[in-house]
Design a protein around this ligand. Structure first.
Ligand code: M2E
Length: 252
């Protein structure tokens, strides 16, 4: 390890976002029944959440169900809705234990009223917790998010409270989801695909991207910890000229 890495304080991301891909391929590889890969994937999140709380990460956002997932076979959509419901119930004691604030982003109007009630209740009960915020994206799409924000500004223009000419990225940015949390610093995708798939488009504008072939049910706190260390290295280089970075390599 270089003296810099040994002595410099860790540069931590404020906000980590994860596309948890690879559940179905994990299920097939282990000869599990249809949809059972998602059941396996459900348990993978617990050690990731614990790592993030321990490390002092402020916000962890996970993509549980995308706008596009509505096009999956109806049986898989139904299973995912049941899993989301049971997971929220199961996670509540952990939210109290770790003092984690639970939030949801996405188009709630598409969800059953039972699920909507459960989500609102979970948010209300954990609203004062400050150890970390866990954000679950359900029926979420980055393009929906930006269009939804644009609609809020359009209503203000219609009512005369806003001039169209005054719309800029600061104003739109106040109406996208998670406007009150730090921007995404690290965007991780498991499962070996190299796409952002309409996740947090606006919020990830300057995020460092991380891709791993590890299928989501096999993703571990150890692998996340390596990525967070790599994030720190990239941020240190980012603050230097290319000459300084070259010098870094020589001194290692
Ligand atoms: C999740 C949902 O594919 C999804 C199935 C259900 C569990 N899951 C993955 C989640 O992302 C709700 C909470 Cl509270 C935590 C995780």
């Amino acid at each position: 390890m270089s003296t810099l890495a040994a002595s410099a304080p860790n540069i931590l991301p404020h906000h980590i976002a994860i596309i948890m891909d690879g559940n179905n391929r994990y299920g097939k590889a282990h000869n599990l029944g249809k949809g059972q890969g998602h059941v396996a994937g459900k348990d993978a999140l617990d050690p990731i959440v614990e790592y993030c709380v321990d490390a002092g990460i402020e916000v962890l956002t996970v993509f549980a169900f995308s706008s596009e997932n509505w096009q999956r076979p109806p049986s898989e959509v139904a299973l995912l809705m049941r899993l989301l419901t049971s997971t929220i119930h199961e996670q509540m004691p952990r939210m109290y234990e770790y003092r984690i604030r639970l939030r949801f982003i996405g188009d709630r109007s598409q969800l059953s009223s039972d699920l909507q009630t459960l989500m609102a209740d979970a948010e209300e009960k954990t609203a004062e917790f400050e150890a970390m915020t866990l954000v679950i994206a359900i029926s979420y799409g980055g393009q929906w998010d930006i269009a939804h924000a644009a609609k809020q500004l359009a209503k203000q223009v219609r009512s005369g409270d806003l001039c169209a000419e005054d719309i800029d990225k600061e104003k739109l940015g106040k109406y996208v989801q998670l406007a009150d949390t730090p921007a995404v610093d690290m965007l991780i995708r498991t499962g070996g695909e190299y796409r952002i798939s309409n996740f947090l488009l606006w919020q990830s504008a300057y995020a460092e991207l991380f891709f791993t072939k590890t299928l989501w049910p096999n993703f571990s706190a150890a692998e996340l910890s390596e990525m967070v260390a790599e994030f720190g290295q990239r941020q240190r280089r980012f603050g230097k000229t290319s000459e300084q970075v070259v010098g870094d390599h020589v001194s290692k």
